[in-house]
Design a binder for this molecule. Structure first.
Ligand code: ARG
Length: 462
């Protein structure tokens, strides 16, 4: 047990208490951020003449050496240290002696951990954003190649109207684009440095907080020291946004699973992204999509966990907040893995265009267009709806599609039908006539794709 405190204690900490209290086993992830933050802190302390140039140099050199030793595996995170902050400070003091004892001047572990966690999370927000960008590039490619690949669009998982693969995938392009913009929002809102908040009430040393903030790439320093050490909103926002990404990935996975099933066969997941069964030789299972769908639960769990942890904590720092780390780390790892794997799976999917088109032709997906045809001939929409309903009933009876009926059979229901009905309800016509902004028609889709291309090429979005 190597602790930073102990002066006012008369008894040794119980082993079980130490083990329960420690966080090094998981906050070692913050090691690089802690070193970076400490270097910025001591550079500022020297600038403000709170420590000497020699002391600053010795501390910076010591911290850099510790980092190298950890990198090279010569220094390990052993269990006698309470947390990553204690570990680094103890190693520094061992290495450089008295100067090391000055590193923590004007700082508390409360603002230190708040800084580390913010810097770590900030990087991860950017990393998730980048992965989403790669996913969007794959979705864009699939859209661009499938402007005229017809498929049924569904409501209630019942065939509704024909759409295209480009259109269906475009819906996900929009979702992940919004997910990216959430990353940007979170980043800019959280990008303020809490260092200098001290334990809760600032410090009596003449710290230059703005200087530290700008050295560490922050927009500025936070404005309230109590909030600075107690705020975990940015983690909650991030987890909420990660949960939304998982919700999107999970819906997409669900569709991939359905489309890949024997009943649909719209797509085929590549062998490299499928798994087999130990007993049924014929099986090729969509495990990746299922796992992405399944892992959504643990990311939502992380969000609920932190919301609940934070809800009853009086200001300012309380040890409860140490619980922010494990679930957040796990959620970040999970989401990054899920986006990566999902992107690879999507990139290698094969579309069975014929099966999709055939499916779009069956199931009366052109019934709305048949009604619209009558409307164009002067029939009020509600009447047209009734006529086509009766026409569909006739088709069900004869086990055929609307376009399989002869014009005479159609005229038995309404004499408004003419020979041009057949051209009006082809799959192509049903899709191409949908010209409004956001609809699947090729002309509109090409315009949308231009916007997406520009979005992907735009430097600020990269
Ligand atoms: N390991 C602690 C955490 O993660 C660091 C801060 C400790 N502060 C304290 N006052 N005990 O929250």
């Amino acid at each position: 047990m190597a602790q930073l405190w102990g002066g006012r204690f008369t008894k040794k900490t119980e082993d079980a208490v130490f083990a329960f209290n420690e966080s090094l086993s998981f906050d070692k992830r913050l090691f690089y951020k802690d070193i970076e933050g400490s270097i910025a802190h001591v550079v500022m302390l020297e600038k403000q003449k709170i420590i000497t140039l020699e002391e600053k140099d010795a501390i910076v050199k010591g911290l850099t050496t510790i980092q190298h030793e950890v990198d090279e595996g010569r220094l390990e995170f052993t269990s006698e240290y309470e947390d990553v902050h204690s570990f680094i400070e103890a190693k520094l003091i061992d290495m450089i002696g008295d100067a090391g004892k000055k590193m923590h001047t004007g700082r508390s572990r409360n603002d230190q951990v708040a800084l580390d966690m913010r810097m770590y999370t900030r990087d991860e927000v950017a990393a998730v954003d980048e992965l989403l960008y790669s996913l969007l590039k794959v979705i864009y490619r699939i859209m661009d190649e499938n402007i005229e690949t017809y498929m049924p669009g569904f409501t209630h998982l019942q065939k509704a109207q024909p759409v295209t693969v480009a259109h269906h995938f475009g819906a996900y392009f929009e979702m992940f684009k919004r997910d990216r913009s959430r990353m940007h929002d979170i980043y800019s809102r959280m990008n303020f440095s809490p260092l200098g908040a001290g334990a809760l009430a600032g410090t009596t040393y003449p710290l230059d907080r703005e200087y530290v903030a700008s050295m560490l790439g922050f927009e500025g320093a936070t404005l309230n020291s109590m909030d600075s050490v107690s705020d975990r909103d940015y983690i909650i926002e991030f987890l909420a946004a990660l949960s939304t990404i998982m919700m999107h990935l999970s819906r997409f996975s669900e569709e991939i699973i359905i489309w890949n099933s024997n009943e649909y066969r719209f797509i085929e997941i590549d062998d490299a992204y499928s798994t087999g069964s130990s007993i049924m030789p014929q099986k090729k299972n969509p495990d990746i999509a299922e796992l992405v769908r399944g892992k959504t639960g643990r990311v939502y769990g992380a969000l609920m966990s932190i919301l609940t942890t934070m809800k009853g904590i009086p200001l300012a720092y309380n040890k409860d907040m140490q619980e922010d780390k494990e679930v957040t780390f796990d959620a970040i790892d999970t989401v990054k893995d899920c986006i990566c794997l999902f992107t690879g799976m999507l990139d290698t999917i094969k579309f069975n265009n014929d099966i999709m088109a055939r499916s779009a032709m069956n199931g009366f997906t052109n019934a709305t267009d048949a009604a619209d045809y009558l409307v164009k001939k002067g029939v009020p929409f509600r009447d047209a709806h009734g006529i086509i309903g009766r026409l569909v009933l006739k088709c069900i009876d004869k086990n055929c599609s609307i376009e399989d009926l002869t014009i005479e059979e159609m005229k038995e229901i309404s004499d408004v039908f003419e020979a041009d009905i057949y051209d009006a309800i082809t799959l192509k016509a049903c899709v191409e006539k949908r010209l409004t902004k956001g609809a699947p028609g090729a002309a509109g889709m090409k315009e949308t794709l231009k916007i997406y291309k520009k979005y992907l090429e735009d430097e600020i979005n990269k």
